[in-house]
Design a protein around this ligand. Structure first.
Ligand code: PLP
Length: 399
């Protein structure tokens, strides 16, 4: 992104021009940013073998899935729909991982028939997988009581979390595996999302490596995703290089004690796509009350749920006039709920009806969490790659 002549540009394109050409609300992704983030992460861990499985719940656009496949990533999935999207994007079954709580019988059958490796989330899943006799290699998602993240809804470890098999259940897990002739070849831990504290993440890694010694047949250890990006202006980026060096050092020491080299696995979602995405919206109404000025736009939490769901902060830029004397306004969506606010009491330059606003860092958990609430169609998606812009999902139509 760049500011030229007081206008916001994405690659070679003024945001206003994209808004005119494709309409708003519009998700715009920058391919260079995705590539840069992938390279930054993969270059940071000086260890081999290592696999990066893009957690596509963050953004499941088929063009982005293909892009990740070409970059050399695998795919981390959570549903049959995501697996099918991955297969259609050209991933082989052995390049796909699956992790989900509350699996149905049909889902278990599907994964075994497709030959997909699953991180099993409960003793019941392990037992039901074993009864099927179709796939002797399994991985376990563990919960070692450690969770991190900026909001309790994105913390996925600890006693309050629904995820994973607890350390007190490991003996039972080994017994179930032995009874059904299953080999536990992987251990996975995913402690939360949008974590900026790399030291906290490393403490969770230490805990996982301590328990990994109790599982003699491992082929890989999967450290999950959760790498954060700065959403607020005062936040610092995740210290990816320091983290990566420590990871490699700790894992090498672990493998030496374990007796053989294992594969390291990561499942990044947000880190790869969040900063690449912008949601462009048009100002349709400006209203003042005795308390506030509301800038009303043609989108809402049906298109970007994070502010309403987690109280998440997204920077908002007036793409039509980036600079100017600012006044505090509240950017409100058009959904019939009082909580439908993109930003509350934010300084924005003078804003007029017809201006295009850019809601930043919207590439992860934006479109993939969108809905038709209030019977509104979902936005189109555009991918910008330097001087090329391409429609990668058509705007939804009522038909
Ligand atoms: C099992 C698992 N792996 C990876 C991820 C990706 O997390 P993030 O986008 O924070 O990297 C998630 C997110 O919910 C997850 O549940």
């Amino acid at each position: 992104m760049e500011i030229r002549g007081n206008k916001l540009y994405i690659g070679a394109f003024a945001a206003e021009r994209l808004a005119r050409r494709y309409g708003t609300p519009l998700y715009v992704y920058d391919a260079e940013t995705i590539r840069r983030q992938y390279q930054k992460l993969t270059a940071s861990v000086p260890y081999s073998p290592v696999g990066y499985f893009y957690a596509c719940k963050a953004n499941t656009n088929p063009v982005l899935l293909e892009m990740f496949r070409r970059l050399g990533a695998g795919l981390e999935t959570v549903s049959r729909g995501e697996v099918l999207a991955g297969l259609r994007a050209g991933f082989r079954p052995d390049q796909i991982l699956f992790t989900c709580s509350n699996m149905t019988e049909a889902e278990l059958d599907f994964l075994i028939a497709q030959g997909i490796c699953a991180n099993l989330d409960s003793l019941s899943q392990l037992q039901r997988w074993g009864l099927r006799k179709g796939a002797p290699h399994v991985s376990l998602r563990v919960n070692l009581g450690i969770g991190l993240g900026p909001h309790r809804h994105v913390v996925t470890g600890g006693g309050d979390s629904k995820f994973g098999i607890h350390a007190g259940q490991f003996d039972q897990a080994r017994a179930i595996a032995a009874r059904h002739g299953l080999r536990i070849v992987g251990l996975q831990q995913h402690i939360g999302s949008n974590i900026l504290d790399h030291r906290g993440m490393l403490r969770a890694v230490e805990a996982l490596l301590r328990v990994a010694r109790q599982f003699p047949n491992l082929e890989f250890v999967d450290f999950g995703g959760g790498f954060g990006v700065p959403y607020r202006p005062e936040e610092r980026p995740f210290a990816v290089r320091q983290w990566g060096r420590s990871m490699a050092r700790m894992f090498r020491a672990f493998c030496a004690a374990y007796g053989r080299p294992l594969r390291m696995v990561f499942e990044p979602g947000r880190y790869l796509v969040a900063e690449a995405g912008i949601l462009l919206v048009t100002v349709t109404d400006i209203k003042t009350t005795p308390e506030r000025t509301f800038v009303g736009v043609d989108s809402g939490f049906n298109h970007l749920a994070r502010p309403a769901l987690y109280g998440a902060y997204h920077m908002v830029v007036n793409a039509s006039r980036v600079h100017g004397r600012t006044a505090r306004v509240t950017v409100a969506g058009n959904i019939c709920e009082s909580g439908d606010l993109f930003a509350a009491n934010r300084p924005l330059p003078p804003t007029r009806v017809g201006d295009v606003l850019a809601i930043l860092n919207a590439g992860a958990y934006g479109f993939s969490m969108s809905s038709n609430y209030n019977s509104r169609p979902r936005p189109a998606e555009v991918l910008v790659s330097r001087n090329r812009a391409r429609l990668i999902r058509e705007r939804e139509a009522w038909e």
